[in-house]
Design a protein around this ligand. Structure first.
Ligand code: TRP
Length: 447
């Protein structure tokens, strides 16, 4: 078998994993979920889950990946011994990547469309009603959202076809820090708005009576979604990590960076939403109406809007790359496709379902299943079922199926790293993570 590529450095893993993690999950989906689930109550559950469940789960995926040097399907086969059901977790992960990529590219297409709108200056001097109308018009347009979605998928396939190092690392290294800088500027701007106090109260003040089973599972699903965990994407990335790298500290850095960006997005969006009279529960349109409103009142708004949407497109691209990479790694290693062929077939398959998701979003579209649009259905099925179940199986595998000595060997790089915190992480993987996921999962079923 040909030698697998490795990330070039520890920074390489952090950058690539952060590239996968940072994306629409932070800037679009997080505010949308926080707004719909009580603001502060959601935030506190989210942060606890991301740190205490998300970090050990991310490390578990790295362990499986690096130990097996394989895609999620091969990884479970290699590590579990022959003839058992564990590779099913890998297949579920690949299916999940496919389903996520399908609806994710719907929104990815919107970001491209909104980049076009910001270049054309469509938001300048518009009031709230007009900006809301623009969102409705754009998402209902017969072909624009589809063209944007297909372009986005083609870009993703192009980068993935070119391979790991060249494709993924180079893109994210420079641009993610830039996104952080512009978000800090937007935060400061939001804090000066008249609705800042109300927005911050909504986002930071936890009303514990609002914590329901639905809030718990939404926060769990959101944290898995945002960190790209629970379906094997990071098993694939783990397989590119070299033996010398410190996976624990890399995972902690990524979780902290990802949570920071989500919180920044909240600080940008909620004060602005309260200022302009946008409902925090607005759902899918929340970010796409609030942000243009923010830009059009800001000095230099045209410029900031353009740079922001450009960077958002790139952050989104590094996430779609990681999703397609899961499918491509499985197809090349399990089914012997060439990389370019796998990338093209994967993207075409995604386009079919993705286009349905995009069309289902139109007002009055008949593409509803069980009263939900195909778009919402894909989102809910993956975040509320696939990822929690996948995450549970992954921590059970690392905590209980893999040999303890192997896991500790991976955690400590063969005994060369200090044990303290790594032993604690092993306990979290074995006990806290499975129990927390099961309890939260059941809490949504008994409503
Ligand atoms: N984490 C990304 C975001 O927040 C989305 C994403 C990329 C993802 N790869 C993933 C989600 C793998 C789940 C699994 O935008």
């Amino acid at each position: 078998m040909k030698q697998r590529e490795n990330f070039s450095s520890k920074l390489g893993i952090i950058v690539a994993t952060a590239g996968s993690a940072l994306g629409l999950g932070n800037i679009y989906r997080f505010p949308c979920e926080a707004g719909a689930n009580g603001g502060g109550a959601f935030l506190i559950v989210y942060l606890i889950v991301a740190l205490l469940v998300g970090t050990p789960l991310m490390i578990s995926e790295f362990i499986i990946g690096r130990r097996s040097k394989s895609n999620p399907i091969g990884a479970f086969r290699i590590l579990s011994g022959k003839h058992n059901a564990w590779p099913v977790v890998g297949y579920l992960g690949v299916l999940c990547a496919f389903l996520i990529l399908a609806f994710y590219t719907t929104v990815a297409g919107w970001t491209l469309g909104y980049l076009g709108k910001s270049i054309a200056g469509h938001f300048t001097g518009q009031d709230l009603g007009q900006i809301q109308q623009q969102f409705t018009d754009f998402t209902n347009h017969p072909w624009w959202p589809l063209v944007c979605q297909v372009i986005f998928l083609a870009l993703t396939a192009f980068v993935v076809a070119r391979g790991v190092k060249d494709g993924i690392e180079r893109f994210s290294k420079i641009l993610m820090p830039l996104l952080l800088v512009i978000m800090v500027v937007l935060c400061i701007n939001s804090l000066t708005l008249s609705g800042a106090a109300d927005g911050l109260r909504f986002f930071f003040h936890p009303d514990f009576s609002k914590i329901t089973g639905r809030v718990l599972i939404s926060a769990l699903g959101q944290s898995f979604f945002s960190l790209s965990i629970g379906m094997g994407a990071l098993i694939t990335y783990g397989s590119y990590i070299s033996r010398k790298d410190n996976m624990t500290s890399s995972a902690i850095s990524v979780v902290l960076a990802d949570s920071l960006v989500a919180v920044l997005a909240g600080i940008i969006i909620f004060p602005a939403a309260f200022t302009f009279g946008i409902q925090p529960e607005a759902g899918a349109s929340l970010a796409f109406t609030t942000l243009p409103m923010v830009f059009q009142q800001m000095t230099g708004g045209y410029f900031f809007c353009l740079i922001f949407f450009l960077l958002l497109v790139i952050a989104t691209l590094t996430s779609t790359i990681s999703l397609l990479e899961v499918i491509v790694a499985a197809m090349t290693e399990e089914f012997k496709f060439t990389r370019p062929k796998a990338a093209v077939i994967g993207a075409l398959g995604t386009a079919v379902i993705g286009i349905l998701a995009t069309i289902s979003f139109r007002t009055g579209s008949p593409l509803h299943i069980n009263g939900q649009t195909v778009f919402d259905l894909l989102d809910h099925v993956t975040a509320l079922y696939f990822m929690p179940i996948g995450g549970l199986l992954i921590v059970l595998f690392v905590g209980w199926k893999m040999k303890r000595t192997d896991v500790l060997d991976e955690l400590t790089n063969g005994g060369t790293l200090r044990q303290g915190i790594r032993m604690a992480i092993h306990y979290l993987i074995r006990y806290l993570c499975p129990v927390a996921i099961i309890v939260i999962f059941i809490s949504q079923l008994v409503r």
